[in-house]
Design a protein around this ligand. Structure first.
Ligand code: NAP
Length: 313
C-alpha cells in the first residue's frame, strides 16, 4: 500500500461532514492516524462505536497535537472558539482547513488565532444531505461534488496543492474563489432555496388542520421536495443565515421582486409571460443534469442514489 498523504489527520467535529471524511480517509488510506474530537461525550462514544478513527477525545487541543492536517467541521458560529482552543497545539507546517458553508465570517472568526507557520486554507465541500451526526455520514458523499477553497493572500502553493490532492482523493473536483464571491454564490444556489423551503413548509404548518392533512397526503406533487430541505439541521442553518446575512438578504430582495413579477403576470392573465418564464427555468434544470450534478429521473434520483447526496450545501 502506498504511503498515506498525511501522517496524522485530526477531525474536529464528527457529524455528517466529519464522519463522511473519516470514512473516505479510511477507505482511501489517506492518513497514518485519524484523531477524532467532538464536543459531547455522546457523539464521541458513537464515533468510537462506529470505529471512525484511531484516537478519540473531547479535547480538540489534544486531537490536533502533531497533526499535519486539521479539518474543522463544526457549525460556522462555533469555528472561532474552536480555532482559539486548538491554536496553541497546532504544529508548524500543518494545514488547517474547515468545511463551513460560509467563508467571509469563518475567515474573520478563525484567522486571528492561526499561529505563524500554520497554513490556514478555508474550504467548503458542496456536498451534503439534510441529515446530521456521525451516523449520517458515508464515504461517497464527496464523489463528483465540488470542493471550493477561498485561499488567503500569500497561501503557500504547495500546501494548497496538497489539500487539493486530499479532496481529489475524496472524490471531489476543486475550484477556488474569493470569499465574498463564494458567499454570494452560495446565497443563491443554497441559502435562498433553504429559506424558501423553510418558509413554504412553515406556511403549510400554519394552515388549519383539515387542509394540512391534505398537504401531507398529496405531498408528492411538489411539497415533498421542499420538506427535505426544510428538515435540515436548525443549528447549522441558523448559523449559515446569521453568517451570510447580507448576501441572503440581497437574494431575498431579488426573489421578492421576481415573485412580484409572476404575481402581476398571473393577476393580469399574462400567459405568455408565465410561459416564457417557466421555459427559461426549465433550461436551468437541463444544464444541471448536463453538468452531472443531478440525474434525469422522475424522482430526482432519490431511489437510484439511495443515500447519496442530493443537495449542494
Ligand atoms: P453536524 O452533523 O450537526 O455535526 C456537527 C459537529 O460539530 C458535531 O461533532 C458537534 O459536536 C460539533 N459541534 C456542534 N456545535 C459546536 C460548537 N458550537 N462548537 C464545537 N463543536 C460543535 O454538522 P455537519 O452537517 O457535519 O456540518 C458541519 C459543518 O459543515 C458546518 O459548518 C456546515 O456549514 C458545513 N457543511 C454542511 C453541509 C451539510 O449539508 N450538512 C454541507 C457542506 C458543509 P457534538 O455532537 O459533540 O455536540
Amino acid at each position: 500500500m502506498s504511503k498515506p498523504l498525511f501522517e496524522k489527520i485530526a477531525l474536529v467535529g464528527i457529524g455528517l461532514i466529519g464522519s463522511s471524511l473519516a470514512r473516505v480517509i479510511c477507505r482511501e488510506g489517506l492518513a497514518g492516524h485519524i484523531a477524532i474530537a467532538t464536543r459531547s461525550a455522546e457523539t464521541l462514544k458513537r464515533a468510537e462505536e462506529l470505529k471512525l478513527g484511531d484516537g478519540y477525545t473531547t479535547d480538540a487541543k489534544e486531537a490536533v497535537r502533531g497533526a499535519d492536517l486539521v479539518v474543522v467541521s463544526v457549525p460556522v458560529g462555533g469555528s472561532g472558539a474552536v480555532a482559539e482552543v486548538i491554536a496553541p497545539a497546532l504544529t508548524t507546517g500543518a494545514i488547517l482547513t474547515d468545511v463551513g458553508s460560509t467563508k467571509v465570517s469563518v475567515i474573520a472568526r478563525m484567522q486571528p488565532f492561526v499561529p505563524e507557520g500554520v497554513h490556514f486554507i478555508p474550504g467548503h465541500p458542496l456536498a451534503g444531505t439534510e441529515k446530521s451526526g456521525p451516523d449520517a455520514g458515508f464515504a461517497e458523499l464527496f464523489e463528483n461534488r465540488w470542493c471550493i477553497f477561498t485561499p488567503l493572500e500569500g497561501t503557500d502553493p504547495a500546501a494548497l496543492e496538497k489539500l487539493s490532492e486530499f479532496w481529489r482523493r475524496c472524490g471531489s473536483h476543486i475550484d477556488t474563489m474569493e470569499p465574498q464571491h463564494h458567499d454570494m454564490t452560495m446565497a443563491i444556489v443554497s441559502h435562498l432555496p433553504h429559506m424558501i423551503a423553510y418558509n413554504i413548509v412553515g406556511t403549510a404548518d400554519d394552515l388549519e388542520t383539515a387542509t394540512k392533512n391534505k398537504v401531507i397526503k398529496y405531498s408528492a406533487t411538489g411539497f415533498r421536495d421542499f420538506t427535505r430541505l426544510a428538515s435540515s439541521d436548525p443549528t447549522m442553518w441558523r448559523d449559515v443565515c446569521l453568517n451570510n446575512r447580507d448576501a441572503i438578504l440581497e437574494m431575498l430582495a431579488r426573489f421578492s421582486e421576481d415573485l412580484a413579477y409572476l404575481q402581476r403576470a398571473l393577476r393580469w392573465c399574462q400567459g405568455d409571460k408565465l410561459f416564457d418564464f417557466f421555459t427559461r427555468t426549465r433550461a436551468i434544470r437541463r444544464s444541471i443534469i448536463v453538468a452531472g450534478q443531478d440525474v434525469d429521473v422522475p424522482d430526482f434520483g432519490r431511489q437510484a442514489l439511495r443515500n447519496l447526496p442530493l443537495t449542494q450545501e
